[in-house]
Design a protein. Sequence first.
Length: 252
Amino acid sequence: MLYAVTRWLPFAADAVTFAVSFFTLSRLRTDLSAPHRREPGRSLRQDLVEGLRFIARRPFFRALLTWAALANLVSNAVFFVALLRMIEAGFHPTEIGLVSTAAGIGGILGALAAPYLIDRLATGRLTVLVAWGLVPPLVPMIWWDSPLAVGACVFTLLLLNPAGNAGIGAYRIAVTPDELQGRVSAASQFVSMSMMPLAPVLGGLLLERFGGAVAVAALVLATAGLAVLVTASGSIRSVPRPSQWQAGLALR
């Protein structure tokens, strides 16, 4: 809708939202400084390596970040294929834009439902459930590429995602030593986001060589394979409810 008014307006709106974010963050009064002073002479590269080393030595972190990185690759490739199929089919830009709106609404509703689900399900079981729950919403996109169908699929997809991310993400933070929070968080983000630039390449190649239906089917199978990876990881599957793992950490 903003693009329809004028081309610069979406960027102006984005700038305003960042300004609001800056203002709200500047109002925080909690001491968020690191519990330990940074050692003199350390470089950012050394900090990143230390975070990666911490991750590499722990099966939970290895499995979680492997899944996160590959899931980012596959899910973004699916969205890229869906977008190009709608463009090729000649749908109106407004209809295509409403697909992203549907995804955003699904994400907001999923975020509202996330605390309820996280409190009532074991974190590991919830993560496995979400991993498998990402598969069925993609299946209809094999045969249908209309904005209505794609919008319904991505709405359902984003509805499930926040609870899984928040639950297992909170556990990841909880089991990370205070002095390594920044380094492990930065290394985790680096790893999980590192595959995303390849998503358009993967989606484009599949779409060009095999067509839309086969491209989506291949990515659906990849999503199911990633769900198997999460299910097979005992270190993820065995994580209990937040009340239980918080109590266990408090006894350390």
